[in-house]
Design a protein around this ligand. Structure first.
Ligand code: ADP
Ligand code: MG
Length: 338
């Protein structure tokens, strides 16, 4: 709710007006009773315009798996700019992992154009892997080697200087498990090791496919903090996820992927502002019984039920509720994420 003090155009008395952006309020001057209206300006949201150069540009990407009748990726176009975290969101089977695999050069027979780190993907050779870090959806480690041996082995594949594996293990809280065979690791530990491996070569661009899936909240927090730290250091991040909370927290922009197609690209904040209605949830007592109700925030001041609850002192709690990115996804695509 916004409050504005204006002067009555007739008698110059001060009139206080409250409302939401875009709302038109009918007014009566308390002094001279002149009637008028005041319209609160629309809240102008800004889509963060990524400032750095494009790190990845995809134009009209199509991909069909061999022997499949259906396109797994259908005419997908987008750009990611340096230092940006771009979230690629969608339900299972939408084509997210396939897109990541095409971009990192694992699936070759695609149509369309991919420019990655200033070069057409078709012109990159294996030296591409010196510059990017990849975290696959399913961890793939040598089960008989320890965590440290796995990282040392992968580090040996790089020509450029790599990060100390022990430092990476500490970052993901696996320092005490450095000498444990990966075969004895839990699923969550493997996920964290997989993430640490993607950072070995201090990459310019990170591709993270569901990096927090299956992690306990503390470990997920750790991973998210590292992702944010990497962004601060200027790393560009392509984050594939079906976890809307992660996307909401981490991403500068998100793309909604459904059935192989990219439906929209926006910042999480703008999506919620555009598509979500702000609600006020009220808990109150009615004849000694606990009741709950929801009211639209924008019209709260003129809602007789809400005002009556307030005036009769029955209200126990009031919370404002924003639409979640989940709600927006369902509204825009008609599909659930899970
Ligand atoms: P997401 O990562 O969004 O869950 P995927 O990219 O894994 O989706 O899958 C997109 C579509 O491609 C799905 O219909 C899936 O069944 C199909 N697909 C994925 N991998 C293969 C494969 N190796 N061979 C054939 N079809 C596949
Ligand atoms: Mg996937």
């Amino acid at each position: 709710m916004h409050t504005k003090t204006i002067a009555c155009p007739h008698c110059k008395a001060t009139v206080v007006v409250q409302g939401e952006p875009g709302q038109t309020i009918q007014l009566i001057c308390p002094q001279c009773k002149t009637k008028g209206v005041f319209r609160f300006p629309e809240e102008h949201t800004t889509i963060p315009q990524p400032s750095g150069p494009a790190t990845l540009t995809i134009q009209h990407l199509d991909f069909t798996y061999p022997k499949s009748q259906k396109k797994a990726i259908n005419n997908v176009s987008f750009s990611i700019h340096q230092g940006e975290i771009f979230g690629f969101l969608g339900p299972n089977g939408a084509g997210k992992s396939t897109t990541q695999k095409v971009i990192i050069g694992l699936l070759k027979s695609y149509q369309g154009n991919i420019e990655l780190l200033g070069k057409n993907l078709k012109n990159w050779r294996t030296d591409l892997y010196e510059h990017i870090g990849v975290c696959f959806e399913l961890p793939n480690h040598y089960q008989k080697l320890t965590a440290l041996e796995n990282l040392e082995l992968f580090a040996s594949f790089y020509r450029n200087t790599t990060v100390d594996p022990l430092k990476l293990l500490s970052m993901v809280d696996l320092q005490n498990d450095a000498n444990t065979r990966v075969g004895a690791f839990s699923k969550g530990m493997k996920t964290k090791l997989n993430f640490a491996r993607a950072l070995l070569n201090n990459p310019q661009m990170l591709f993270l496919d569901e990096p927090t899936t299956g992690l306990d909240p503390v470990s997920a927090r750790q991973i998210k903090n590292i992702i944010l730290q990497k962004k601060k250091e200027g790393t560009t991040i392509f984050l594939t996820t079906h976890n809307m909370n992660d996307a909401d927290e981490l991403c500068d922009r998100v793309g909604f992927m459904v059935d192989g197609g990219l439906v929209l690209i926006e910042s999480p904040k703008d999506l919620k502002l555009k598509h979500g209605k702000k609600l006020v949830r009220v808990e109150y007592l009615n004849n000694g019984e606990l009741r709950k109700d929801e009211f639209t925030l924008a019209t709260l001041g003129a809602n007789p039920t809400f005002l009556s609850l307030l005036n009769h002192g029955q209200v126990l709690t009031i919370h404002t509720q924003e639409a979640t990115l989940d709600d927006v996804f369902i509204k825009v695509t008609g599909r659930h994420l899970k």
